[in-house]
Design a protein around this ligand. Structure first.
Ligand code: TEU
Length: 577
């Protein structure tokens, strides 16, 4: 029988279907493309495949705006192909996780169409409808029920002429928030989830799931207005987070979902909550197995470290001590209860090599391997975002027209209209735009990187002739081969899965050093996460003199712990306790 916590030793691979592989030449990835590339994943050795949304959608937010939860968008293929994909994944001994986007639907979803039709429609209360602020002309700026901003720029409420009220959308106006206070909404979502499990999927990655319980906006309009930042360049809207994240009924809703959807199913499923704004104290509750909520969550603390007081686009320098402090605290605080998801990148983040490593050709390969080594040797379930296993990098954006992502495009407009220097806005976008991670997967050196025979929806990164899967899969020194080794190492070494984590040299500016220990075995990870050559780990390493150097990123070399490290060199040692 599958152990209940089988996912502790698993590695998850995230596919962003639009950018993975195109089988019909329309320039957009699809299910047919994924099916033909499953051997790549099996070769890598991953256990679980997480598919970003492939449901029917107007694609305003590339599928995170769903208009039919129980069908595949024609752009991606058909339900039959999805069945084929599930079977193909299962045949290779892997599992398939679907993205579950139920904080909001698309405004094109039938539920919202009904809800907006009239104030007395039976589905009116399925969304958050509120009257305009008294004393303001309906629909005019300032008449919104609260002053909250949307994550994707502009106000968090949109006026609907049809019924003279506003609806809430934490994200784009085309992504209205479902009202989870209404039990019919919850039952409809649970029924849909059961339908997918019956179809054979193995679990869900739940999009912004800690937004589903909010402070209910019943008070007189204005009472829940949020503070607006007075810093230059800040958004003119208030920060909604305190009102709409980790709300009062979160645990109740997740426990109910568990009961209604998962409790009576055999072990072997996995539930992952994506949770911006979740602190480790929240994570302990959300992922405590006794509480029957979620198996693990994606937290954002370490990917927010380079954001300043004005948010995501307000760049502040990243320092290694801060990264270690943050990730290390999550390791410690979730040691006795709960579980970590480990990631450095995904479809919402810039490429991890460009952000945390170095995409300078002199350091790219080494830094990609070093980052992966550090991440995969932490305690938790590692996530590989498509292309990370090749060391893919941020791309080149000449101007704002090169972006496709609505977050990037909207931000540019709002910031420039607000008086910021276009060059400065572009610099932030180049550094952090989500489109950096959404360029097509680089399969080989043929035109468009073998992603499509047509015109790709987003330009291929010009570095594809050098960085691609075909060039790496048979090369034992490639980034790909290093990922294979890390994944196999986790599968073979219980200490990687279960070991206690101890951070060493926390204040060191260049080195990331920690131990893992379990059942008589200790691992020591020593990584130079900098381009500085010859860094030596300070300390007395006598106890490690006979230790085995089990993994490293300098081909063919094994060195003692106190030997100087090359730029971005990472080593893993093993000894008995
Ligand atoms: O993202 C959640 C999230 O917090 C977003 O705000 C995201 O991090 C964004 O980049 C903020 O800068 C999830 C999905 O992963 C994302 O692709 C969706 O756009 C979003 O939810 C809405 O569904």
């Amino acid at each position: 029988e599958t152990p209940r916590d089988w996912w502790k030793s698993a590695v998850v691979y995230q596919i962003y279907p639009r950018s993975f592989a195109d089988s019909d030449g329309d320039g957009m990835g699809d299910l047919g493309g994924i099916i033909t590339r499953l051997d790549h994943l099996q070769r890598l050795g991953v256990d679980v495949v997480w598919l970003s949304p492939v449901y029917r959608s107007p694609m305003d937010d590339n599928g995170y705006d769903i208009s039919d939860y129980q069908d595949v968008d024609p752009m991606f293929g058909t339900l039959e192909q999805l069945d084929e994909l599930i079977a193909g994944v299962h045949e290779r001994g892997m599992k398939l996780v679907m993205d579950l986007v139920v904080n909001h639907t698309s405004s094109a979803h039938a539920w919202f169409q009904e809800s907006r039709a009239s104030r007395d429609n039976p589905k009116r209360d399925w969304y958050w409808w509120r009257p305009p602020r008294p004393g303001h002309a309906p629909g005019e700026p300032g008449a919104e029920p609260t002053n909250w901003g949307s994550v994707f720029s502009g106000p968090g409420w949109t006026f609907d002429d049809a019924t003279g009220e506003y609806y809430l959308h934490i994200f784009a106006p085309s992504q209205p928030d479902l009202n989870w206070e209404n039990p019919e909404v919850r039952e409809a979502v649970y029924a849909m989830m059961r339908w997918w499990l019956d179809r054979g999927v193995d679990g869900f990655r739940m999009d912004v799931i800690n937004h589903i319980s909010k402070v209910v906006v019943e008070q007189p309009p204005g009472l829940l207005d949020a503070e607006v930042s007075t810093l230059p360049g800040a958004s003119p809207y208030g920060n909604q987070s305190p009102y709409v994240l980790n709300g009062p009924r979160m645990h109740e809703f997740l426990q109910e979902m568990h009961r209604e959807v998962f409790a009576d199913r055999p072990n072997g499923l996995i539930t992952i909550g994506e949770m911006p704004g979740a602190a480790v104290e929240h994570a302990r509750l959300y992922t405590d197995p006794e509480r029957r909520e979620l198996d693990m969550i994606f937290q954002f603390e370490h990917v927010d470290l380079d954001s300043g007081p004005n948010g995501k686009w307000d760049l502040v320098p990243l320092t290694l001590p801060r990264i270690k402090e943050s990730l290390g605290r999550w390791q410690t605080e979730l040691a006795d209860v709960g579980w970590n998801s480990l990631y450095l990148g995904n479809h919402d983040q810039p490429r991890s090599v460009s952000r945390f490593g170095s995409d300078d050709p002199a350091h790219r390969v080494m830094s990609a391997k070093a980052l992966a080594t550090v991440l995969h040797l932490h305690r938790g379930t590692p996530y590989v975002y498509q292309g990370d296993e090749l060391g893919m990098t941020n791309t080149v954006f000449e101007g704002v027209d090169d972006f496709r992502d609505l977050e990037s495009v909207n931000h540019y407009r709002e910031a420039v209209e607000g008086g910021q220097e276009p060059d400065q806005v572009m610099a932030a976008l180049r550094h952090k735009s989500r489109d950096n991670a959404r360029t097509p997967m680089q399969w080989d050196a043929s035109p468009n990187a073998g992603f499509t025979t047509g015109e790709p929806w987003l330009a291929v990164n010009p570095n594809y002739p050098e960085i691609n899967a075909a060039a790496q899969i048979d090369d034992p020194d490639s980034v790909f081969a290093h990922y294979q080794r890390l994944i196999a190492f986790r599968h073979g070494e219980p200490v990687v899965v279960h070991g206690d984590f101890t951070l060493l040299l926390q204040e060191h500016e260049e080195l990331y050093v920690f131990t893992r220990s379990h059942a008589g075995t200790v691992l020591l990870v020593v990584a130079n996460l900098s381009s500085v050559d010859g860094v030596v780990a300070p300390g007395d390493w006598a106890g490690w003199s006979g230790a085995e150097h089990v993994l490293g990123n300098v081909p063919g070399v094994t060195s003692p712990v106190d030997a100087p490290l090359l730029p971005w060199e990472a080593r893993v040692y093993r000894r008995s306790a």
